[in-house]
Design a protein around this ligand. Sequence first.
Ligand code: AHR
Length: 496
Amino acid sequence: MKAKVTLAKEFKIGEIDKRIYGSFIEHLGRAVYGGIYEPSHPTADENGFRQDVIDLVKKLNVPIVRYPGGNFVSGYNWEDGVGPVEKRPKRLDLAWGTTEPNLFGTNEFMKWCRKADSDCLMAINLGTRGVEEARNIVEYCNHKSGTYWSDLRISHGVKEPHNVKTWCLGNEMDGGWQMGAKTATEYGRLALEASKVMKWTDNTIETVLCGSSSRNSSTFGQWEVESLDIAYDNVDYVSLHQYYENRADDIQSFLAKSLELDEFIYSVICAVDYVKAKKRSKKTVNLSFDEWNVWYHSNNAPYERWSVAPPRLEDIYNFEDALVVGSMLITLLRHCDRIKIACLAQLVNVIAPIFTKTGGGIFEQTIFYPFMHLSNYGRGVALKPLVDCPKYDCKEFTDVPYLETIATYDEEKGEMAIFCVNKSLEEKLCVDFNMLDFNGFKVTEFISMDGYDKKAENNFDNVSVKPHSNPVPQTDNNILTVELQPLSWNVIKLSV
Ligand code: AHR
């Protein structure tokens, strides 16, 4: 099969906010305990942070990590997680049916972020709690000194404020599974008031309003409009969450989910801008896609109720999942003019690119690599490619382009990268990239993941599903010709 792609500097979609390569750590399963924090692990530092985990997080180059939930946050008392560890209470976590020992909390997480070269996207509890607790945690984290909460932080050994810049106003508040779920109007009012006093406490912060818990949620659309109608002037972002699955073992429909994702993003932009227009507002509310991934392999795994940090949501990812994750990231970048934050959910053990054994080893899941490539090389501006390629029909979609692609251009560094997925199960795709005004470009590397069984996975003994380098493809004047293997993830790095 053949395809043509045209690229030019003028085809700019927008600046890529580095926070689009964010991730997520929730007090859930072994994300914290046995994941980022395991004092008895041979690689643990003086804080109990696993160094082997930090090393892989650094490879992923994750600029922001959402914390502490997720569903967990809707019942969390942040005060339980600060101060002398021996005085911290154990609590039932009703979100995940486990016991939370509170050995790790806000200050530990902020320290971990610094070690991992990351910032924190902090979520507050608007399920069982409200405005008072919201302002208190901002004062605890961000106020320098001389007040009750800031001095309490200092008495906990943290002299300098954390200066958390961005705050999520609760989590999935439309969902019946959420402690303290709300109607759109109830939530809109609470989010408005919480955001208002949080910003009065620290006028440099930004806040994220909860959108619907997914596109499939019955509240979707109406929730965004109704809650934003109330809170628009006081919030900076609206959140989106979406997970995909392949229970039907229909790889063609699974790979085509990025089309649905594209539509989902577009419809949220429409809902936000409808409220903007209705209010005759000059302010633009952007998008925080703060949970996205493939999630379904582990859903029915048994666990011991009320135990501490049992294995939960431990999806082991395969090669087709990596292609879907790559396609999802490409789709997010296609909307980087409006998506400023996105979080791969999650980071370690729980539906995650990094997998550990408690007390033991670690490995990179298949989905680790497309994320690593985009996060490291997909910087600068995103360019909209003009694509002419064959398409396929499948059970859930029609007219699915075999080629999913995006280009990024970092003018300052003189670097460019083109990311491609070939969704054909059998056929190679020969792509001519017409590099209009990129005179004198040079291909520096051509990396791919291909040739694997679609269900191939990595494990502790064998990380076989991983990228490899290929011979540098041919160029003829401004035409770059690249052959993409069937079912493949591809990265073409160029100097410009
Ligand atoms: O990421 C796992 C869970 O998925 C989160 O806790 C929740 O927000 C979502 O439903």
